[in-house]
Ligand binder design. Structure first.
Ligand code: GLU
Length: 427
């Protein structure tokens, strides 16, 4: 039986609802996505054939502002996945107190099989199909798995063509020359790094005493691995979709990134690279990486990596979820019982959408910020909400995940209530 991702995501909502006094109307509203658009995108391929791709855009809830969320290009994209990712975005934006609701988009494909020309035609076709569903005051797409500034630039350009004017605030994560923000590309990793640095003393540790394994070596995983390496953590394992490497004495992350960029594969890192002879390492699978005996585990790839089948084998006492939804709800109690503390995705990876908000603000004001200003504001926001969630968890004796949902629910509840609930009308 396949479990719907959205109903799994809703389990977290149910749990948090036990800890808040909130109008029933709020809970009822938050169980359903506001609007889901499914589109077919016909694309003329380079060889002259016509292929039709399936695309989605879901606006989950807009009670706190226009909806916000990335667009994912991946073979496993489905309506259910996009809806649950939009659900998480709703809570993530509320956790960071951004004036946004949650959305998500996606196209089902393996982008590595398409040429750049084909990807551009596909992206422009997607924007044509969803143009009436998005806009700077309605819904603002951004990058996610396998989309990047180049794709966002095409999206903005196509939207401009349709509207016959420049509308930079319709998409975030754009190239800097097209109105992108400094610091947006590193923002997800940087935000996660701030959370980790903030929490480390509470966990009774220092960077030098902390070993880390990072699953995923994309925009988020590779950058957080490098930030941790430079801050003095011992990053002992990294992986990409094809597999990973493990070196108990620690990996030289900048050179891993360099070799990965040249070879496109982590496994190539130590076997063919110049450091091959200097560093003892083991080639491991993604599953093995998750079960390593490390202090901190950082899942930074896709959802559903830690489930009820492998939660018993996880050895890291601390997990920082840089990916969206890497742990299923049935794995939560197993990890909790075993004393494993999970810093949840809706806080840890919220740096990306926070700097997306800064980009949207800069586009609308026309005043552009320095990298120091972006990172400074990001650090303030991440620290503030890490402190808030830590305090709620202590106060309510809950997991950090439940505390994060409670925190978001209170903010969402206030916004939904302000528009009228049963109590509002009947009392
Ligand atoms: N895709 C990112 C996320 O999952 C960023 C979304 C955004 O910037 O709007 O948080």
């Amino acid at each position: 039986m396949t479990i719907s991702l959205l109903s799994d995501a809703n389990q977290r909502l149910e749990k948090a609802l036990q800890y808040v006094t909130i109008d029933d109307d709020v809970a009822t509203r938050l169980h359903y996505p506001k609007a889901s658009l499914v589109v077919s995108i016909p694309v003329r391929m380079d060889d002259g054939t016509l292929r039709v791709f399936q695309g989605y855009r879901v606006r989950y809830d807009d009670s706190r502002g226009p909806t916000k969320g990335g667009v994912r290009y991946h073979p496993s994209v489905s309506l259910d996945e996009v809806q649950s990712l939009a659900f998480w975005m709703t809570f993530k934006c509320a956790v960071l107190n951004l004036p946004f609701g949650g959305a998500k988009g996606g196209i089902t494909l393996n982008p590595k099989e398409l040429s750049k020309f084909e990807l551009e035609r596909l992206t422009r076709g997607y924007v044509d199909a969803i143009a009436d569903f998005i806009g700077p005051d309605i819904d603002i797409p951004a990058p996610d798995v396998y989309t990047n500034p180049m794709v966002m630039g095409w999206m903005m350009d196509q939207y401009n063509i349709i509207r016959r004017k420049l509308v930079p605030a319709v998409v975030t994560g754009k190239p800097i020359t097209m109105g992108g923000s400094l610091g947006r590309e590193t923002a997800t990793a940087m935000g996660a790094f701030f959370v980790m640095q903030r929490a480390l003393p509470w966990l009774g540790r220092t960077p030098a005493e902390t070993t880390v394994a990072v699953q995923g070596f994309g925009n988020a995983g590779a950058i957080i691995a490098e930030l941790l390496y430079h801050a003095g953590y011992r990053v002992v394992a990294v992986s990409d979709s094809k597999g990973g490497v493990y070196a108990p004495q620690g990996l030289d992350i900048p050179s891993v990134r360099q070799i990965k960029n040249a070879n496109q594969e982590i496994k190539a890192v130590y076997c063919t690279g110049t450091v091959c002879s200097d560093v003892d390492h083991e080639v491991i699978s993604n599953e093995q990486l998750l079960e390593l005996d490390v202090d901190v585990l950082v899942p930074a790839a896709l959802e559903n990596q830690i489930t009820s089948s492998n939660a018993h084998h996880i050895r890291a006492p601390f997990i920082f979820e840089v990916a969206n939804g890497p742990i299923t709800s049935d794995a939560d109690p197993i990890l909790e019982e075993r004393g494993i503390q999970v810093f949840p995705d809706i806080l840890v990876n919220a740096g990306g959408v926070t700097v997306s908000y800064f980009e949207w603000v800069q586009n609308r004001s026309g005043l552009y910020w320095s990298l120091e200003e972006v990172n400074g504001r990001l650090e303030t926001s991440m620290n503030r909400e890490t402190d808030n969630i830590w305090a709620i968890a202590k106060d309510l004796h809950t997991s950090l995940r439940t505390a994060a949902y409670v925190h978001a629910l209170n903010r969402l509840g206030d916004a939904i209530k302000a528009k009228g609930t049963r109590d509002f009308y009947m009392n």
